[in-house]
Design a protein around this ligand. Structure first.
Ligand code: HEC
Ligand code: HEC
Length: 382
């Protein structure tokens, strides 16, 4: 079965043909990922990961690019941190580790259990199922495009993918292992020991997290019908979706928060979802963060129902109606974001907005993310 490439359901419709993702860095100067002034320092151009499809992008006519409110539009290539630049070797290693259940306490759960490529890199559940079938307090977000966030988790408690990856491996409710156990496991598997040592100088918990993060930096989606429309292909999306885009940016002002190329301002807002979960306030201890959660990307949103940090909304229609309803019952939601505006949509407008959200599903991902790796064996007993 070596090297077998699985075309996972719903992914990869047109394999990287004419993929355009690479061209953005050097082309028209779109503003950076988000207009947020709190932008983390970016890595230099030399550290830009080779994260797009391998094929040379087709020429595009930049003069046709549409400038939209909130600078929603094509994504630039992912940038990797200075101490973990992306390489092909790291991607191969990180991919094996991502799919390897031996990193969990009982050998049953891998990252892919809850962030499954066939389920939009999430799990299709309202709340994740963790160690020994226990329910997690929050919904599993997609890993697709997590590389673009300035902080990780619904409450932004970790700044990088490297730091994030350590969390689930050691969390009792998730993979329930320990740093020591993970280090012992990778040292018992000759291929991991050899690759981790060669790449990072040591085979341990730290280097495992780094390799997984390097892999996650190619789990990105940079081309969807919406992107092609922005780049000037008028037929890439339908008339209903075009009207929906207008509602998204003007009447619904969704771009107040879902802005920038990844449709996230990387900030935290209380939009009136959920009850007990206090959100970001647990991290910052600031009143303004009561029930605030990080704005999630809306790319590939049609693939990752149910929605919100608690998985309480089953369909996109429900999320749209949430935004109509909540501002009308403001008094029930202390600390509701002032950006939650009161508007009412007609049935047609709701359909249009939904049609627009569907155009954000990518269809030209890096083919390397669709390879389910063969996992290396442990060393034979002496
Ligand atoms: C048992 C299910 C489960 C497993 C296994 C799991 N995760 Fe997660 N993951 C979650 C949940 C739930 C969250 C959200 C938790 C929160 O925000 O408090 C999350 C959050 C994340 C995020 C943050 C994404 C964002 O939008 O901020 C990333 C990245 C991620 N996980 C990657 C991984 C990696 C890498 C592994 C393997 C080392 C892994 N996960 C294992 C359930 C899981
Ligand atoms: C005030 C900022 C803000 C505005 C305005 C806003 N959103 Fe959101 N959006 C968020 C936050 C924050 C979340 C996550 C909330 C949570 O889980 O508690 C979210 C979640 C979502 C989700 C679910 C994402 C997921 O992965 O579960 C969808 C869909 C969505 N928003 C669509 C929209 C649409 C459509 C509009 C315009 C009508 C809009 N949003 C306006 C901040 C905002």
């Amino acid at each position: 079965m070596k090297g077998v490439v699985l075309m996972l359901a719903g992914l990869l419709v047109g394999v990287a043909i004419g993929a355009l993702a690479f061209s953005f860095a050097s082309k028209k100067a779109l503003p950076d990922a988000s207009p947020s002034p709190a932008a983390a320092p970016m890595a230099s151009e030399q550290q830009v990961a080779k994260s797009g499809p391998a094929e040379k992008p087709a020429e595009v006519d930049e003069s046709k690019w549409k400038e939209l409110p909130g600078f929603i539009g094509p994504l630039r290539p992912v940038k990797a941190p200075a101490d973990n630049p992306t390489t092909d070797e790291k991607i191969e290693l990180g991919r094996m580790l991502y799919f390897d259940p031996r990193l969990s306490g009982n050998g049953a759960l891998s990252c892919a259990s809850c962030h499954n490529p066939g389920l939009g890199w999430s799990d299709g559940l309202a709340k994740g199922i963790g160690f020994q079938h226990g329910e997690l307090p929050r919904s599993s977000p997609t890993v697709l495009n997590a590389a673009y966030y300035k902080s990780q988790f619904w409450d932004g408690r970790e700044p990088t993918l490297e730091m994030q990856a350590k969390g689930p491996m050691t969390a009792a409710k998730e993979m329930n292992s320990t740093a020591e156990k993970v280090t012992a496991v990778v040292n018992s598997i000759p291929k991991y020991k050899e690759m981790l040592t060669k790449i990072y100088g040591e085979a341990n918990f730290e280097s495992v997290a780094k390799a997984i993060a390097a892999f996650e930096r190619i789990v990105v989606d940079q081309d969807s019908p919406f992107d092609r429309y922005v780049r000037g292909d008028e037929n890439a999306i339908g008339e209903s979706a075009k009207r929906g885009l207008d509602i998204f940016t003007v009447k619904g002002k969704c771009t107040s928060c879902h802005n920038g190329p990844n449709f996230s301002d990387d900030k935290f807002h209380n939009i009136g979802v959920g009850d007990a979960d206090r959100g970001r306030i647990e991290i910052t201890k600031k009143d303004e963060d009561l029930k605030a959660f990080r704005t999630p990307t809306l790319r590939n949103i049609a693939l990752t129902a149910p929605y919100m940090h608690d998985g309480s909304q089953k369909t996109l229609r429900e999320t749209i109606e949430h935004y109509e309803r909540i501002p009308k019952e403001k008094e029930k939601h202390p600390n509701l974001s002032a950006l939650m505006l009161d508007f009412t949509l007609t049935e047609q407008e709701k359909q249009d907005l939904e049609a627009f959200l569907h155009t954000l599903t990518g269809d030209k991902r890096d083919p390397r993310i669709n390879v389910i790796p063969d996992l290396p064996p442990v060393a034979p007993a002496k």
